[in-house]
Design a protein around this ligand. Structure first.
Ligand code: CP
Length: 306
C-alpha cells in the first residue's frame, strides 16, 4: 500500500534543510523506506537537471530516481552547448526551462542561487547544492543512512571531519541535527577550516559541540568525513597548506568503537584510504545507494504528493 503523508509536499521547493521540521524529515525518510520502482508513478512528468557544477552522484541518482518512477529527464551538465555561453541570464534560462519541465533540480556555484530560481519560477525547485551553502537532499540521505545502521536519529555522538568551512554537506547536516535529541557534535578541522560562526550560532543551546584540530575518533557513533573543497578556496596556496590534513587510514580506524559508522558524501580524494573500504565501519557506498530511494521519495512528493 502506498505510504500516506500528512504534509502538503506537492509543488514545494526543497532549498534548505532549515525549511524542514523533524516531522517533515521523518516523513521523507519513511517514504524513502517504502518507495519501490513504479513505471507509472511519474509517467508524463519531466525533470530538468541543471548542473552548472560537476556532479556524479547527485545528478545520476536524481536521473535514476526519475527513471525508476517512469518520468523523463532533460537538462545539461556544464553550460557548454547552452545559450548561457551567449550571455543568457540564469533568470531567463530557468524561465525558459519551466515551460518544458515539471520540476527543476539544480546545482550552481553561487550561494542563494537555488532560492533565486525558486523565487523566479512556478514549478518546484530542488537544490542539488548551491556553492558552500546547502545540500539538503544529501543530508536526507545521510540521515537515512544513519537511521538504517543505528536505528535511531536521537542520542548520537557525531564527528564531522575535514573542511567544515566550505563543505555544504556538513552545513546542511549540522543544521538538520538540531531537529533531534541528545546529539553531540565533535567538529574536527584545521583551524582555518572551522565551521562558520553562523552555523555555530544555530547549534548554540541546542546541540552541544566541541571544536578540535585533533583527529580524535573515540566514542563516536558516526564519523562523517569530508573532502577539502579545493574549488572553493580563493587562494590555491591556502589549499596547499591544508591538503591532506586528515587521512582516515587503518591505524586511525583503531580508535573507532565497533558500532561506529564511517560516512563520506563523496567524492573522496585522499581523506579515506582505500583499504578502509573493507572495514565493517565503511558505509559510504551504502550512503551513495541510499540517494536513489531518498530522491525517488522527494520527486514523488513534490510532483504528485501522497
Ligand atoms: N555527494 C555529492 O554531492 O556528490 P556529487 O558531487 O558527485 O554529486
Amino acid at each position: 500500500m502506498a505510504q500516506r503523508t500528512r504534509f502538503d509536499w506537492r509543488g514545494q521547493d526543497i532549498i534548505s534543510i532549515r525549511d524542514l521540521s523533524r516531522e517533515q524529515i521523518e516523513d521523507v525518510l519513511n517514504h524513502a523506506q517504502q518507495i519501490r520502482p513504479d513505471p507509472q508513478m511519474l509517467v508524463g512528468k519531466v525533470m530538468a537537471s541543471l548542473f552548472f557544477e560537476p556532479s556524479t552522484r547527485t545528478q545520476l541518482s536524481f536521473t535514476t530516481a526519475m527513471h525508476r518512477l517512469g518520468g523523463r529527464v532533460i537538462g545539461f551538465s556544464g553550460t557548454e552547448g547552452t545559450s548561457i555561453v551567449k550571455g543568457e541570464s540564469l533568470q531567463d534560462t530557468v524561465r525558459t526551462i519551466e515551460r518544458y519541465a515539471d520540476v527543476i533540480v539544480m546545482r550552481h556555484p553561487l550561494e542563494g542561487s537555488a532560492q533565486f530560481v525558486a523565487d523566479t519560477v512556478t514549478i518546484p525547485v530542488i537544490n542539488a547544492g548551491d556553492g558552500a551553502n546547502q545540500h539538503p537532499t544529501q543530508t536526507l540521505m545521510d540521515l537515512f543512512t544513519i537511521k538504517k545502521f543505528h536505528q535511531r536519529l536521537d542520542d548520537l555522538k557525531i564527528g564531522l571531519v575535514g573542511d567544515l568551512k566550505y563543505g555544504r554537506t556538513v552545513h546542511s547536516l549540522a543544521i538538520a541535527l538540531t531537529r533531534f535529541r541528545k546529539i553531540e557534535l565533535r567538529l574536527i578541522s584545521p583551524p582555518n577550516l572551522r565551521m562558520p560562526p553562523a552555523i555555530l550560532k544555530e547549534l548554540a543551546g541546542i546541540v552541544p559541540y566541541s571544536e578540535t584540530a585533533e583527529l580524535d575518533l573515540r566514542d563516536l557513533d558516526v564519523v562523517y568525513v569530508t573532502r577539502i573543497q579545493k574549488e572553493r578556496f580563493p587562494d590555491i596556496e591556502e589549499y596547499e597548506k591544508v591538503r591532506g590534513a586528515y587521512v582516515i587510514n587503518l591505524k586511525a580506524c583503531e580508535m573507532l568503537k565497533p558500532s561506529a559508522i564511517l560516512l563520506h558524501p563523496l567524492p573522496r580524494v585522499d581523506e579515506i584510504a582505500p583499504d578502509v573500504d573493507a572495514l565493517p565501519h565503511a558505509k559510504y557506498f551504502d550512503q551513495v545507494q541510499n540517494g536513489v530511494p531518498v530522491r525517488m521519495a522527494l520527486l514523488k512528493l513534490v510532483l504528485v504528493g501522497s
